[in-house]
Design a protein around this ligand. Sequence first.
Ligand code: PEP
Length: 262
Amino acid sequence: RQHHPDMSTVYVGETRVPIGPDTFTLIAGPCAVETPEQTLEAAQMALAAGATLLRGGAFKPRSSPYAFQGLGERGLQILADVRAETGLPVVTEVVDVADVELVASYADMLQIGTRNAQNFTLLQAVGDIGKPVMLKRGMSSTIEEWLMAAEYIAQRGNLDIVLCERGIRTFEKATRNTLDIAAVPVAHDLSHLPIVVDPSHSGGRRDLVVPLSRAAIAVGADGIIVDVHPHPESALCDGPQALVDSDLRALATAVRQLAPLS
Ligand code: PEP
């Protein structure tokens, strides 16, 4: 921040969707890409609610090795097809240095997940590839460690970084993670990078997405990233936190009351 007094805006995709101080960006889509139909339906729901970026995981770093691990390159192809159909640029996670080029060849923005937030060789690799990066906070990272992780990307010459507060590990079990809402103004004070909040992975519960999103807006977040699924009861990943159409409309209304969507 000392070297960069003005807040940055990061532009994503060919249509240059902004994430930054002059707008509020809604990023929505399925937690995991499962089928072309499910991904397209989720994207259409997202678009109708005012989302300007599509999220979706093709490589899923799951806590259990027996859980659905994602479709890999097939998932990336589905995301690219859905982008062609809807016009929504794609944000998707990369979990391995060996896959950075592959994922970057399909994605508009690379996501570094909480489990890889201090995988320094991966951070350097996404720094080298020259595409915007969404850096999730490590579930046990301090704010300083999170910003230092961002420095690993920036040091390679890539300043198109968006920070994502997605909740941290605490003793509290009522929510999946504890959304550290104070991290948004603290990190904004220390860094010029835009910050989005993930109310889906922090709360882990559909009913918490709207209140946590309101909190995110109130503390000055530059956007939110939310999970959406046309049939959450049969979702292969994180169904309980996925929004259905009516939830998403309620979210869009709540957001519009407080922040202008980009
Ligand atoms: C995700 O956004 O798909 C995800 C797995 O998030 P996190 O890394 O925050 O758990």
